[in-house]
Ligand binder design. Structure first.
Ligand SMILES: O=C(O)CCC(=O)C(=O)O
Ligand SMILES: [Mn+2]
Length: 158
């Protein structure tokens, strides 16, 4: 079971035969990604500020769609140009277990329960921690049904 991914904002995340990268265009239709709603950018800026990262100005929002059974393996987010900016992650829908790893892939991750509305910020010395999501247990959220939607806000080129 895999995660469905799209983006909004000036840049979006693409994976294809050439690898992974940020691009200004959605390869599905050749169009610019939909604009990032101002409310999203503001929420991300406020969350970053509350975590001690002032002036966060995301230009990319990755939108991950998980069904029960889908998960995301341990990885680092390291394709953004300026790694001084944090990552802000917003979880919606059914619960998930977030894996907060260390700086080596082999470090044993801590398990953090994430529910609808939870926001996680990682930056500074934690910016390059390995992280992932365990395969989701079957569940139904009253508003979103049997799915989890995760938004991650990034400063990809700024
Ligand atoms: O779904 C999540 O909570 C994490 C997503 C993530 O790490 C990513 O999109 O790079
Ligand atoms: Mn990530």
């Amino acid at each position: 079971m895999s995660v469905g991914t799209t983006s909004c904002g000036a840049l979006g995340w693409v994976s294809d035969a050439r690898g992974y990268r940020y691009t200004p265009y959605d390869p599905e239709n050749g169009q610019p990604w939909p604009a990032m709603p101002a409310l999203f950018a503001e929420l991300a800026r406020e969350a970053a500020s509350a975590a001690g990262f002032e002036g966060f100005a995301p230009d990319a929002c990755l939108i991950n769609h998980y069904r029960p059974g889908a998960g995301m393996g341990l990885h680092q987010d390291r394709d953004e140009r300026d790694l001084r900016a944090p990552i802000v992650s917003v979880s919606l829908g059914i619960a998930a277990v977030f894996l907060r790893g260390g700086h080596q892939r082999s470090d044993k991750p801590q398990r953090i329960a994430l529910a609808h509305g939870d926001v996680v910020v990682w930056g500074g010395v934690d910016r390059l921690r390995f992280h992932g999501v365990l395969p989701l247990a079957p569940a139904t959220h009253p508003r979103l049904g049997a799915r989890r939607i995760n938004l991650t806000f990034r400063q990809a080129r700024a």
